[in-house]
Design a protein around this ligand. Sequence first.
Ligand code: SAM
Length: 370
Amino acid sequence: MGWLARGMRVFSHEDDHFRLIPLDPGAPIEIPPPFADYEVVMHDGLSETRVDSDWLNHLSLLITSEEIEGHGDSWPSSHEFISDMMIVRIEEELQKYSSHIAEAKLRSHPHIRLVLNDEGVQGELRIRKLTPIGARFEGEIVTRGIPESVSSTRVLVRESGRSITCDPNKAYFSTKLQSERLETLSLAKELKAILSRPLRVCDPFCGVGPALATLLSEPELVGELHASDLNPDAVEMLLENLSRWDGRYYDKKPSKLSRIFPDRIVGIADATRLRDDSQNIGSWDFLIVNLPHKTIDLLPSIVPLLDRSSPSMVRGRVIASDSEIEEANLALRENLPPTLIGKPVPELRVKRDYSSTLRLCSFEAWIAPE
Ligand SMILES: C[S@@+](CC[C@H](N)C(=O)[O-])C[C@H]1O[C@@H](n2cnc3c(N)ncnc32)[C@H](O)[C@@H]1O
């Protein structure tokens, strides 16, 4: 059946009660009987011990040690896994070694199908430019003339018990935001407890919808939902995802924002123009603003979407330099309505480095009713 992840091994769970069987990305999301009683959990995999997982050891078999030492720390030691793809960022000076890097990475990670070079996020739609530099084809490693059959970047990613269709070459998606999404879930649950009813959630920069995957996995948390993005490719994958998460049929073709079901407004839309339609104004309890390089400036055009007759929340991410964080905090508070009594004023929390000078931050703002 091919459900076992190639090159990965079975090992004991920390609780010692279960053994973890590594699943291939192609295994069914809902594991059918007789295994259906066993939970599918997210866990870092372990390679089969006979494979040396240190990619530099493999690289040293492909180029000279002088070449390796000559470039010191510039070699791409970290990488991101998206399903069976590995994304690496190769410095300019090492581009000529791309195929060697790909081959060494593929040898050290036998479950990886495709290695892509990340040339950075581009344009308003925040899409990464990813170039295939190596792949596994019929058991062999290929770094030139990679066949189309193994170079597809559209994959299913498992997260929080859900599967998310994404294609990082066509729409923004990052596996690194998983903990951020869990924090968003816990904030939404807190707001739901205050309002004592399911939330009306609006995610106007939703991409393929990963934040919604987590929120929709919690029964009775989300009532009405608005999910939109400017990128038609993102919306196309969002529709496929929603069909799965919601258990209802969404049209496969992306179209402009519309009410698809009585409780679902989905489609392509410019978030900055949503307030032009009076139906969107004052309709939402929980607003997600995830366009970090613009969030603070966009708030005045998005905040009118909040229902100010009861407590509400804005959850967002912002990119700022260390020296600008205090200034950004002031701008954030200025662009948001007053804080709900008893809750802290919104404040940026640094989550990780975005570059050598910029930090990726997140915030939550509890908004008082008018
Ligand atoms: C940083 S990504 C976040 C995507 C998604 N929320 C996630 O966490 O994966 C920002 C998204 O905003 C979308 N976008 C950019 N400008 C927009 C606009 N004016 N209106 C709606 N969406 C926009 C991009 O297409 C992209 O999908």
